[in-house]
Structures are given as structure tokens and as C-alpha cells.
Design a protein around this ligand. Structure first.
Ligand code: HEM
Length: 350
């Protein structure tokens, strides 16, 4: 199953970045198929579009955000008011609600937390592990091309699929911390156009982008939010660069790391939660406004959406062998695998 493409292989997408790698591209096809599943049920195009969005938005509020910023913050921010749901945001308050925007603190720092979660390789199906970026000619997960038949995704390796036995080695996201996998230090030409002097290290791009856009330092954002800023010793900084303060992206990663790396900390979590929920509140067509009672069921998760879309490839169904001995629980298999290819994005004092 592939994205619809033109004659040169370019996907028809609102945002070409959804074709940046074969995992994201195939996740996008899940949403296309969800839309088609609603159409097959007799919904109009507009109804199918709306239902796709509401299911996605509901998962962001009830599954994704609680994992990334913590359930307490989400619960505090989402409030019912005047018959709709809204965001009780202290900092993200677009003046013109019909023209909401994405603040640079979000796009250039806080939401780039995801760069530290990317693995060097992913098991796409049982026993088939593929690097995110390989050398030219080698098999890898680079996108911007038709999806090769043998690189179909077994979603059971990424999400809990109801009714399907989980594999013992599901791909775990890396921790949110100041380590970043090695392939992201040399981005391929499908990600960064190969112009003279192009910066191919993602960490360097993030830090320079923040500098060029004049982002405030992490400590300054913390202070403005009324959060006690981390000290340079806590941040692991010793040099005098960056006005002796931490770039916001680094700060967000470090505060998450100090909290265990499973979710964002006080500053990063607040920025991400307020912006995402604030945008939902500003969008008159979101379920917050158009259908605040929308509820696909409290246990609804991405795996349910994949099944609902008819997008679970039956080749991925792990059928337990009834003659096999009872597996012994292995606590190590539960923990994210340390990635040997991890490097510090900011080696040395900053
Ligand atoms: C293989 C995975 C990924 C690659 C190769 C990648 C690569 C990139 C690159 C090259 C940029 C532009 C950098 C610049 O020039 O400033 C970028 C921007 C960005 N990335 Fe990623 N990224 C990946 C995954 C993620 C994830 C998982 C997240 C969040 C969860 C994320 C969030 C962002 C954001 C918010 C921006 C800024 C977008 C904008 O300003 O429009 N990325 N990424």
C-alpha cells in the first residue's frame, strides 16, 4: 500500500515531510485508508474528513499528550466552557483566534524533542531490521520514493494492536534526552538538499536555527513561566558560550533527561501542551468546538484506529504456537534498548 504519487514518484501530500521516511509515509496511508473506510460506510467526503480528524485529535488529547507531557498537565489544561472544550493556557494566547500560529519556541525547540527519540534502525517486520538512513544502494527507510514491496510495515512492531499477540521486540522510541542517534548526524540528500556547505547534522541545524531566529534561552523561558530554572551544573554546561545559558532545544532535552527521559519536563511539556491544545481550541472545526462530546471509547488507541482503517497487514499477525513452551517474562525486553549508535549532540562545553 502506497501514497498516491505522480509520474515522477512524488507523493500527493499537503506536507511533503510526510513522505520523508517509509514509516511516516505508511502511517499516512493508514489515515487515507481510515478516510476510505468511512466512505465505504456511506459517509460523505466531508463527514469522512471530519471523522478522520476527530479520531486523530482525540488520540492526541487522550493518548499522545498524556504520554509526552503527563496526564496531569493535560487534565489541567483541557476545560469545558460555554458548551465547548477549550485550553486554559497561561502563555499561548493568540490575539486573533482566526489566525492562530505556531510559536518559534515550539517549532524550533520544544517540539524538536522528537529528534532524540529516533532510532538508528527499526524492525519493520519480524526479523527484518532496516537502518533509517543507509549508504547509497543499501536497503534503508529513506522516503520520497514509492514504498518498496518488501518494506511493508507490521504495525504490531510499533503499536499495541488489539487481539494480536505483541512481539517480544517491539521498536521502542529512544528516551527524550541529550543523546541523538548517529544517522541524524549525517542527513541524506533526501532530507537536506545537497547544496554547497549544507549542514547535514540535525543537532547543528536545530541549534543554529534557534540562534538565527533569536530564541530565548531555556533558563529565560523557565523564569518567564515561573519555573525554577535549571542551573548550568544541572544542565552539564561549563563554557561561556550562548551568554552562559542553554539553547532552548538543549534545555528542553536536558530537563526531560533529568526527569528520566520518558516525557518532557516543566518547560518543554508546557510549551507543547499549550500550543497543541490551544490550536485545537482555536479551530472551529476541531472536536473541541464542533463536537465536544466526541468519544470513540476510553480505551481507543492507535491500534484500534489501524484496525478501523483496515490497515493492519495480516502477514503481521503473530499466531502463538500452542505447542511452544510458556515464555519466561523478560524484564529487559520491556526496557528500551540502549542504542549503541548514540552520540552527544553537544559534545564539550557549550
Ligand atoms: C527520521 C526522523 C527525522 C528527521 C530526519 C528529521 C529532520 C528534520 C530536519 C532536517 C528539520 C529541519 C531542520 C532545520 O533546518 O531547521 C526538521 C525540523 C523539525 N522537526 Fe524533525 N526530523 C525527524 C523527526 C522528527 C520528530 C519525530 C519530530 C517531533 C516529534 C520532529 C520535529 C520537528 C520540528 C517541529 C521541526 C521544525 C519544523 C518547522 O519549523 O516547520 N522531527 N526535522
Amino acid at each position: 500500500m502506497d501514497l498516491p504519487r505522480d509520474e515522477v514518484g512524488a507523493a500527493y501530500l499537503g506536507d511533503p515531510r510526510n513522505d520523508e521516511n517509509l514509516v511516516v509515509a505508511q502511517l499516512h496511508t493508514v489515515f487515507l485508508r481510515l478516510h476510505n473506510a468511512f466512505r465505504d460506510q456511506g459517509k460523505t467526503f466531508a463527514q469522512a474528513q471530519k471523522l478522520c480528524r476527530w479520531h486523530y485529535q482525540w488520540l492526541i488529547v487522550h493518548d499522545f499528550l498524556p504520554r509526552i507531557v503527563g496526564p496531569d498537565l493535560v487534565q489541567r489544561l483541557v476545560v469545558a466552557k460555554d458548551g465547548v472544550l477549550t485550553a486554559d493556557a497561561a502563555f499561548y494566547k493568540p490575539r486573533n483566534l482566526s489566525k492562530p500560529y505556531i510559536p518559534v519556541e515550539y517549532s524550533v525547540a520544544a517540539y524538536r524533542y522528537g529528534h532524540s527519540m529516533i532510532r538508528a534502525e527499526y524492525e519493520v517486520q519480524d526479523g527484518h531490521t532496516v537502518p533509517i538512513f543507509g549508504r547509497d544502494g543499501d536497503e534503508d527507510l529513506r522516503g520520497n520514493r514509492p514504498i518498496p514491496e518488501n518494506l511493508w510495515i507490521d504495525w504490531n512492531y510499533f503499536f499495541d494492536i488489539p487481539g494480536v499477540e505483541p512481539p517480544d521486540d517491539r521498536n521502542m522510541a529512544r528516551k527524550i534526552d541529550t543523546q541523538i542517534s548517529l544517522p541524524l548526524a549525517t542527513l541524506p540528500p533526501t532530507v537536506v538538499a545537497p547544496t554547497a556547505g549544507a549542514i547535514v547534522a540535525l543537532a547543528e541545524r536545530n541549534l543554529l536555527r534557534g540562534k538565527r531566529l533569536g530564541l530565548p534561552a531555556g533558563q529565560d523561558v523557565a523564569t518567564a513561566m515561573g519555573v525554577a530554572p535549571l542551573t548550568n551544573a544541572q544542565l552539564g554546561l561549563s563554557g561561556g558560550g550562548w551568554n552562559k545559558k542553554a539553547p532552548l532545544w538543549y534545555y528542553v532535552l536536558k530537563e526531560a533527561e533529568l526527569g528520566g527521559g520518558n516525557r518532557l519536563g516543566a518547560v518543554g511539556g508546557r510549551i507543547v501542551a499549550e500550543v497543541v491544545l490551544g490550536l485545537l481550541a482555536a479551530d472551529k472545526t476541531s472536536y473541541f468546538n464542533a463536537n465536544p462530546g466526541f468519544d470513540p471509547g476510553s480505551t481507543f488507541r492507535v491500534g484500534d484506529l489501524i484496525l478501523m482503517a483496515g490497515a493492519f497487514d495480516e502477514r503481521g499477525r503473530v499466531t502463538p504456537d500452542p505447542t511452544a513452551p510458556e515464555p519466561v517474562p523478560n524484564p529487559v525486553a520491556e526496557a528500551p534498548e540502549p542504542d549503541p549508535a548514540a552520540v552527544d549532540p553537544l559534545p564539550g562545553p557549550v
